[in-house]
Design a protein around this ligand. Structure first.
Ligand code: ZN
Length: 365
C-alpha cells in the first residue's frame, strides 16, 4: 500500500481572479461536499479595495471524532493565497467526487485566506504591515534583534535602484549570500515600514490559529500540516521546506512521508534561510512524535526579484493612499507571486495533489 494521486485532469480555472471570488467559490465547493463539516469564520479588521468583508474561513471536514488530521493552510502571506485557494478548490472537487478519500480516523482542516487583508489588497503583509510568518514570537520578551538589517536599512528604499543593487552586491561580497538573505528576510521587529516585519503584537492570523488549535483540541491530535506559499525557489517547483530541527521527530516524519525532497533551512539544503517567528513554531509546540509541519513553497522568479518587488511595494505604499498604491503596484505583485501562466499553475496543482496524497497517507499510517 502506498499513497494514491487522483488521475483527474488538471483544471487551472481554480485559480481565482481575486480574493472575493476565491471566497465565494470556496464556500460554494464546501456546500457541495456530502461529508460532515464544521465551518467557522473570522473577519479581520478593515475592508477590501471594493469594500468587501475580509474573512478567514476554517472548516473541519470529516468525522468529528477523527484523531488524525491533514491541515491545509493558504494565504499566510496574503497575496500567496491565490495558489492556496486553487489547491483547496482542487482538493474539495476531488473530495466531492470521491477521487480523494479520507482514510479511517482522518479528517481535514482547510484554512482559507489566513491573511485576507493582504490577499484582497495584493500584498504579502497585513493591514499593519506585519508579516504573519514572522509574528509567532513571545511579545512579552525582548524582540529578536537583526543588526544586519539595521545596517542595510538606509539603502533599502533609495530612489536610485541601480545604486541600491550595487550596495547590496558589495555587502553580499563582503558577508556572503546567506548573510544577505538573513539580513533582509529572516525577520525584523522595529521597522514597521520595512519588509519581513514581525510586528509588536499577535496579528489576526495568529489569533485565528490559536483559536482553532483550542477549538478543535489539536494538541491531542496527530497532525500533517501543509502551509502553501509562493514566490521563493525555482519557477513552478514545489519545495517541501521543513523548519523542524534536523534531528527531531518532526523532521524524521517529514522525510518518511515526503521522501528526500524535504529541504531543511537549518542544514542549508533549502532555498529558504532559517527565519524568526514562523507560523510553524506555534504548531511544533503541540505536535506529537507522529506529526509534522511543512511549507509547500512554489517558486516563481529569482530571490533578487522577490526582494526588489517587495521593496518597491513598501516604497509605493509609504507614498500613496491604499487605493492608489493598490492600483499602481497590485498587478506587479500578483504577477510575481502568482504567474498567470497555465504551465506554472499546472505545476502547482500537480505537485499539491502529490504532497496532499503523501500527507494523507502519512498521517493515516
Ligand atoms: Zn510566503
Amino acid at each position: 500500500m502506498s499513497y494514491q494521486i487522483p488521475a483527474v485532469p488538471i483544471d487551472t480555472r481554480v485559480f481565482p481572479e481575486h480574493y472575493a471570488i476565491a471566497r465565494a467559490e470556496w464556500l460554494e465547493r464546501l456546500a457541495m461536499l456530502e461529508l460532515p463539516s464544521e465551518h467557522a469564520y473570522f473577519p479581520c479588521r478593515g475592508g477590501g479595495p471594493d469594500g468587501d468583508l475580509l474573512v478567514t474561513d476554517v472548516v473541519w471536514i470529516g468525522p468529528s471524532s477523527a484523531r488524525r488530521l491533514l491541515v491545509l493552510i493558504g494565504g499566510t502571506h496574503g497575496i500567496e493565497g491565490f495558489a492556496g485557494s486553487a489547491v483547496q478548490l482542487d482538493f474539495m472537487r476531488l473530495l466531492a467526487n470521491g477521487e480523494f478519500e479520507l482514510p479511517d480516523d482522518v479528517a481535514v482542516i482547510l484554512i482559507h485566506a489566513l491573511n485576507p487583508w493582504g490577499y484582497a489588497w495584493l500584498r504579502r503583509c497585513d493591514e499593519d504591515g506585519v508579516d504573519l510568518n514572522r509574528n509567532f514570537v513571545d511579545f512579552s520578551q525582548t524582540l529578536p534583534p537583526n543588526a544586519h538589517y539595521d545596517e542595510l536599512r538606509p539603502w533599502l528604499f533609495i530612489q536610485d535602484i541601480q545604486k541600491r543593487k550595487q550596495f547590496l552586491a558589495e555587502w553580499q561580497s563582503k558577508h556572503g549570500r546567506t548573510a544577505l538573505e538573513l539580513a533582509i528576510s529572516a525577520g525584523q521587529y522595529h521597522d514597521a515600514s520595512g519588509p519581513f516585519y514581525g510586528g509588536t503584537k499577535p496579528a489576526h492570523g495568529r489569533d485565528v490559529i490559536e483559536h482553532i488549535i483550542e477549538k478543535f483540541a489539536l494538541a491531542d491530535k496527530t497532525l500533517a500540516v501543509i502551509d502553501i506559499h509562493t514566490g521563493l525557489g525555482q519557477y513552478g517547483y514545489g519545495e517541501i521546506i521543513c523548519d523542524h530541527a534536523p534531528d527531531s521527530a518532526g523532521t524524521k516524519m517529514a522525510q518518511r512521508w515526503y521522501g528526500d525532497s524535504v529541504a531543511l533551512p537549518l542544514l542549508g539544503t533549502s532555498t529558504s534561510v532559517p527565519k524568526t517567528g514562523l507560523l510553524d513554531y506555534a504548531w511544533h509546540q503541540l505536535m506529537n512524535a507522529q506529526s509534522c509541519y511543512v511549507t509547500l513553497e512554489f517558486g516563481t522568479f529569482s530571490t533578487d526579484a522577490l526582494f526588489e518587488v517587495l521593496l518597491e511595494d513598501q516604497r509605493v505604499w509609504a507614498l500613496h493612499d491604499p487605493l492608489a498604491a493598490h492600483a499602481e503596484h497590485g498587478q506587479i505583485m500578483h504577477r510575481h507571486f502568482c504567474p498567470q501562466e497555465r504551465a506554472w499553475q499546472e505545476m502547482v496543482l500537480f505537485r499539491a495533489r502529490q504532497v496532499i496524497a503523501q500527507g494523507l497517507f502519512g498521517v493515516a499510517n
